[in-house]
Design a protein around this ligand. Sequence first.
Ligand SMILES: Nc1ncnc2c1ncn2[C@@H]1O[C@H](COP(=O)(O)OP(=O)(O)OP(=O)(O)O)[C@@H](O)[C@H]1O
Ligand code: SF4
Ligand SMILES: [Mg+2]
Length: 401
Amino acid sequence: MLNFAFERGAVSASAWWALIPPGLAIVWIVLGTTLLGTAMEEAFNPKLRRHYLEADEMAAVAELEPIGVTPVPVTGPNAPILSVRDLTIEFDSPSGPLRAVDGVSFDLRRGQTLGLVGESGSGKTTAVMGLLRLLPPGGRVVRGSVVFDGEDLLTLGADRLRALRWSRLSIVFQGAMNALNPVRTVGDQISEALRTHEQALTRREVQARTGELLRRVGIGASRGSEYPHTFSGGMRQRAMIALALACRPDVIIADEPTTALDVMIQTQILELLVGLAREFGMGTIIVTHDLGVVAQVCDRVIVMYGGQVAEDADVTTIYGAPRHPYTQLLLKAFPNVEEVDRTLRSIPGTPPRLDALPPGCRFAPRCPFAFERCAVEVPPPYVQDGASAHRAACFLVETDG
Ligand SMILES: Nc1ncnc2c1ncn2[C@@H]1O[C@H](COP(=O)(O)OP(=O)(O)OP(=O)(O)O)[C@@H](O)[C@H]1O
Ligand code: SF4
Ligand SMILES: [Mg+2]
C-alpha cells in the first residue's frame, strides 16, 4: 500500500496523509506479532518463569532418622544462621544406595566465610545441594537436620522452602553465568528478582537497587540494559553474583563459582563476593579446590574426604597445625598459595569408590600413618581443646592428645 501511494506521487501531490493508514497498519502488525510471540514464550517456556534455584523436582527427603551422637543446633540470640547436623545423602544405583555424604555437621554464623575443600568426588557439591534440597533425581537426604534461622529446611513445605531460597538462601554455581536468561536484559533479571521477593519496593527503588548492585560488582549501571551475550564470562559471573546478592540473603553458597573463568580474575571475583557478603553480614560457604582462595578469604575450613568431614577448624589452625593426615597431604600437594596455578596436585592413591568404601577409616588405604585399628574401626570426630573449635576424625588425635 505504501509503495502504491509513493508510486502515484502521494507525497509530491501533497497527499502525504495517504501514507498514514498503511504506515499505521504496518506498525500494528509488527507490535501485535511481537506481543503475541512474547506471550507465547511466557506461556510455553517454563525456564522464563522458573528460577534456576528451583529444581525440576523437589529433592526427595526420605523418612529422617533422629540425630545421633552429634550435638543439637545451638539456639538463642548467638545461634548460627545455619546449623547442619549429621547430614547424610544417598544416590540410587543399580547395586543399591550409594552414600555420597555421611554425617556432615557444621555451623555457619552471620558474617562468617566457610571454605569447603576436598578432592573431586568428596561430596562437597552433594552436601550443599542436599542442604538446599536441590539434589538431582535419584538423590535423597536420609538423615540429619539443616536448621536455618530456627527452621529445619529438610522438613519445610515446598512453598516455604521456595520462598526462602533465593531471598534468604542463595547459591552461585560453577556454571551459573550460563543460567542467565538470554532473552532478558541483565538489569531486567535483577529487577525481577527484587520485584518478586521485595514487593514493598517502588519501581524507582527497584531501579536504583539494580543499578547499585551492578555498580558494586564492577559492571556499571548503564550496562544493565544489555543482554547476557554481550558480556564476557567474567562479567556474566559478576552479574550472577549481583543476582544472588540482590535480595540480601542471610546465607550465600558459592560452589566453585570461578572455576570456569580466567585464572587471573578468579581471586578478584571471589574477593568481591566475600567482601560484599561480609559487608552485608551474610554467612558464606565457598566450595573450592583452591586452597589459596581458602587461605585468603575464609575464616573456617571444612576438609571433606569420602563424603565425611575429615577435619574442621579455623583457617589459621588448618594451615598452621592440621591434625588429619589427609589435610596435611592436601596442603603438601598445594605447595604455595602465592602461585598462579593453584589447583590441587594429586595425593598418591585414589579417593574411595562409594560402592566399595573401606570398613574402617576411609583414608586408611592412602594414609602413610595407618595402623591396624584404622582398617577395622571408624575414627570418630575427635574434638580438641574441649570445644568444637577443632575436629579431626583420626585415631592419632586421640593418641597424641
Ligand atoms: N546424580 C548422581 N548420581 C549418582 N552419584 C552421584 C550423583 N552426583 C554425584 N554423585 C556421586 O557422589 C559423590 C560426590 O560427588 P560430588 O559431586 O558431590 O563431589 P565434589 O566433591 O563436589 O566433586 P568435584 O570437586 O569434582 O565437584 C561422587 O562419588 C559422585 O560420583
Ligand atoms: S585414622 Fe588411621 S588411617 Fe585414618 S587418617 Fe588417622 S592414621 Fe590415617
Ligand atoms: Mg562439586
